[in-house]
Design a protein around this ligand. Structure first.
Ligand SMILES: [Fe+2]
Ligand SMILES: [Fe+2]
Length: 180
């Protein structure tokens, strides 16, 4: 008899994307949110996930967050193509994808149809300066998101900002470990 592996479908409550596996992953492969945000697909309820009422402050912070994520996405895509080391290419590619997913989350919260990702080529052609820029970008994002989470009135907006503080802290640790 063939053994059937117990796979399941899990959904990330932060970005709404699904994951197939025996267990929920330690990090969402799309937005990087931690395991605690995963639920089984049959228990997922997206009521209120994307139809969020934004007060003036939350809207302004969501708009600023979208700008930050777009800027970081295009920086990482540039670094992915220009960094000579294969490890660096892989690192910056996945960071670019995660930041692009963050931008998509804010786009949906702001109910925008699409977001422009301008052409950008001002990253370095070396690994180290790109890691240094990554470090300062993530550091800035973490500080802004922490403040935005504290200010947030809407619980969904607060949850996203808090989740992304953790994700960007992962990113900060990646550059820190490589700059030592
Ligand atoms: Fe996610
Ligand atoms: Fe991000």
């Amino acid at each position: 008899m063939k053994k059937i592996t117990k796979v399941n479908v899990f959904v990330c409550k932060i970005c709404g994307e699904a994951y197939i596996g025996e267990e929920a992953p330690s990090r969402c492969p799309f937005c990087g949110a931690f395991k605690k945000f995963f639920v089984k697909a049959k228990d997922y309820d997206d009521t209120g996930a994307w139809d969020v009422e934004l007060n003036e402050k939350d809207k302004a912070n969501a708009e600023k967050a979208l700008e930050v994520e777009v800027s970081n996405t295009i920086f990482y895509k540039c670094s992915n193509t220009k960094t000579p080391e294969l490890e660096g290419q892989k690192l910056f590619k996945i960071l670019g994808r995660v930041e692009q997913e963050h931008a998509a989350v804010w786009r949906k919260i702001l109910k925008l149809d699409k977001v422009e990702f301008p052409k950008y080529d001002k990253c370095a052609a070396e690994y180290k300066p790109n890691l240094e820029e990554s470090h300062s970008r993530e550091d800035r994002a973490i500080r802004f998101y922490g403040q935005a989470a504290a200010e947030a009135e809407n619980p969904r907006v607060k949850e996203i900002f808090q989740a992304f503080v953790e994700v960007e802290t992962d990113h900060l640790h990646l550059s820190e470990a490589r700059l030592k």
